[in-house]
Design a protein around this ligand. Structure first.
Ligand SMILES: Nc1ncnc2c1ncn2[C@@H]1O[C@H](COP(=O)(O)OP(=O)(O)O)[C@@H](O)[C@H]1O
Ligand SMILES: Cc1cn([C@H]2C[C@H](O)[C@@H](COP(=O)(O)OP(=O)(O)O)O2)c(=O)[nH]c1=O
Length: 231
């Protein structure tokens, strides 16, 4: 039987990370469209959120003041619901799951930004990401994480006119420097899972770097889409 795809038959779990204003949202929809054009089923989702319960928890996390442990417990509670109800079933169907943020954001924002204990976050990560689909001690982790990296000042300037800030976006630039350092530490610990995207470039160049990352892994069919489309 002819091989119609170089993509792995099982689902692909791809996450998008970076400080607020890094440009993730700008490219995720275009990537979903590109995978659909390649005949893949795509599940497009986000964290915190992605289920009715997790979206309620998101509204609390983004809107209400709370201590860092409460914040961490809420994002992990939302993640558990999202993993079991949306991500695992989608991966079992063979979907490409594109998820706007995942656990690296917790290490970066609650760990780096808020200064919360990383060992506690690691315990929560093991509890929450041990799903029935995974054989212990393995836990569910993304197959690939695209880390949109750019200076905190540049991201702040991009966001200044773009939208009303939520509880995180209202933080000072020093907070986002710590968040970036949190991402850098996660990327250094798992270099094979992370692809650092230089987000401090024009949109077209960022898109080219994203598609190149997939081509390198053999997860992209045909020529990369021309930049400037709907992404
Ligand atoms: N490469 C880029 N250069 C300049 N501005 C950009 C670039 N990518 C995105 N933007 C703009 O920056 C703002 C934040 O982008 P967005 O995709 O919402 O970031 P994120 O989802 O990472 O918070 C938006 O106004 C967007 O149009
Ligand atoms: C997933 C996650 C997000 N966050 C924060 C990062 C973002 O500031 C915010 C929401 O993320 P995001 O969806 O990127 O915000 P927006 O829709 O405004 O682009 O939640 C955490 O603090 N911890 C987490 O674990």
């Amino acid at each position: 039987m002819a091989e119609t795809s170089t993509l792995p038959p099982a689902g692909l779990f791809i996450t998008f990370e970076g400080i607020d204003g890094a440009g993730k949202s700008t490219h995720i929809a275009g990537l979903a469209e590109a995978f659909r054009e390649q005949g893949r089923r795509v599940t497009l989702t986000r964290e915190p959120g992605g289920t009715p319960l997790a979206e309620k928890l998101r509204a609390l996390v983004l809107g209400d003041a709370m201590d860092p442990l409460t914040e961490s417990l809420l994002v992990f509670a939302a993640r558990r619901d999202h993993l079991l109800s949306v991500i695992e079933p989608a991966l079992a169907r063979g979907d490409v799951v594109l998820c706007d943020r995942f656990t690296d954001a917790t290490f970066a924002y609650q760990g780096g930004g808020r200064g919360f204990d990383l060992a506690t976050l690691s315990v929560l990560e093991r509890w929450v990401q041990a799903t029935p689909a995974m054989q212990a001690p393995a836990i569910r982790q993304p197959d690939l994480t695209l880390w949109f990296d750019l200076p905190a000042e540049t991201a702040a300037a991009r966001l200044a006119d773009a939208r009303a800030p939520d509880r995180f976006e209202a933080q000072p630039v020093e907070f986002f420097r710590r968040v970036s350092a949190g991402y850098a530490a996660r990327a250094a610990a798992e270099p094979q899972r992370f692809a650092r995207i230089n987000a401090d470039q024009p949109r077209e160049r960022v898109w080219q770097d994203i598609t190149h990352t997939f081509v390198q892994r053999g997860w992209w069919l045909g020529a990369p889409l021309a930049p400037g489309g709907s992404h």
